[in-house]
Design a protein around this ligand. Structure first.
Ligand code: FDP
Length: 344
């Protein structure tokens, strides 16, 4: 908690990070610098996203990414901005991003951190002015001195993240992050060009009345999920049901709403995506860390997302994330119907 905030004094991201660092006398300041670098890249991406329509940067680049998805020009712009921001200081040795099939080794040989990026999550929405965001996840590199950096150094479970967060380019641009001691939110003041502290302790409600899932895939969902969604839709006013459905189709924005208002965001396995669609390392792990730090939960239907041992930097996973009561309830349904064949 930042006490001075109670007196309504405005605090910049810069000040906040320094105050946090000062609480740990032995801290090197490297993680703080890394967060500031990401903050700078987020400002540049925000500026470009906001004027995308008038600068010929909307549209497709003509290539596809590892997942076979069409790459947008803005995906690549965001990727380049973030990687060059991380290359500015000698802190990050390796970046792994949705837009690069392989690991990206940076020039900083001695850099201590590995950063995963989804440079522009939700970018299929960019042409219609829907919120998109940049997600990041930070690990310590355990390579020995002189050892060359390999993919394996990046394959660490989410519980080893030292920090994670996202920038969301919406009606305002915000930066949300955690270093494992709660979740802080900053709002970009465009007139100052600064991220200002807007919430120094985001807490997700234990229970919420919003469920968020792409119901177009209903027929091939696990049976337990179908039954859970029917439960959400039942008329039980004494339990605030039926719940409300909300689905933006931009995970970072859907999860941000879930953090603030409570409820659950779901992307399950289905015929089309037998292992889920969303990416473990640069979407699900970071958003799970933020959600857990805010008091929520994130599972893949069986266990905790952050305990999954990764085998591939681009691996996908089903995800059920949000308020504890909602996530536990869907887990009950999934477990009770785990053996039921999918009736499509
Ligand atoms: P996008 O492809 O636009 O980047 O990361 C993938 C993602 O968006 C998520 O942000 C979003 O929640 C999901 O895909 C939407 O998928 P569906 O269109 O299948 O619902």
């Amino acid at each position: 908690m930042v006490e001075s905030n109670q007196s309504n004094r405005l605090i910049t991201l810069e000040e906040y990070i320094i105050q946090g660092q000062n609480k740990f006398p032995g801290a090197t300041g490297e993680l703080s610098q890394l967060l500031r670098d990401i903050g700078l890249a987020a400002k540049i991406i925000s500026r470009e996203v906001n004027k995308a329509g008038i600068t010929n940067i909307l549209g497709e680049d003509g290539s596809t990414n590892y997942h076979g998805e069409t790459v947008k020009k803005l995906d690549l712009f965001a990727d380049r901005q973030l990687i060059s921001a991380l290359n500015r200081s000698d802190i990050t040795c390796m970046v792994i991003s949705e837009e690069n099939d392989d690991i990206v080794r940076l020039d900083n040989k001695g850099g201590k951190y590995i950063v995963y990026l989804d440079p522009l999550d939700g970018s299929s929405n960019i042409g219609v002015n829907v919120s998109v965001g940049s997600i990041f996840s930070i690990y310590i590199c355990d390579a020995k001195e002189g050892e060359s950096l390999q993919v394996e150094h990046g394959l660490q479970p989410g519980v080893r993240q030292v920090a994670a967060g996202y920038a969301l380019y919406g009606s305002s641009t915000i930066l949300v992050y955690t270093t494992g001691m709660g979740v802080s939110e900053f709002t970009l003041d465009p007139s100052l060009g600064e991220f200002m502290l807007s919430n120094d302790s985001i807490g997700i409600p234990d229970h919420g009345t919003i469920y968020s899932v792409n119901e177009g895939n209903y027929r091939s969902w696990p049976e337990g999920l179908k039954k859970y969604v029917k439960y959400c839709q039942e008329e039980r006013p004494e339990e605030s049901r039926p719940y409300t459905a909300r689905y933006i189709g931009s995970m970072v924005a859907d999860v941000h709403r879930t953090l603030l208002e409570g409820g659950i965001f779901i992307y399950p396995d289905s015929n089309q995506y037998p292992n889920g669609k969303l990416r473990l390392m640069y979407e699900c792990n970071p958003l799970s860390m933020v959600t857990e730090q805010a008091g929520g939960m994130a599972i893949d239907g069986h266990g905790r997302i952050m305990e999954i041992t990764p085998k591939n930097i681009h691996q996908q996973t089903p995800i059920y994330i949000g308020s504890k009561v909602n996530v536990r309830k869907v887990q009950e349904y999934l477990e009770a119907h785990a053996e039921d064949p999918v009736k499509s």
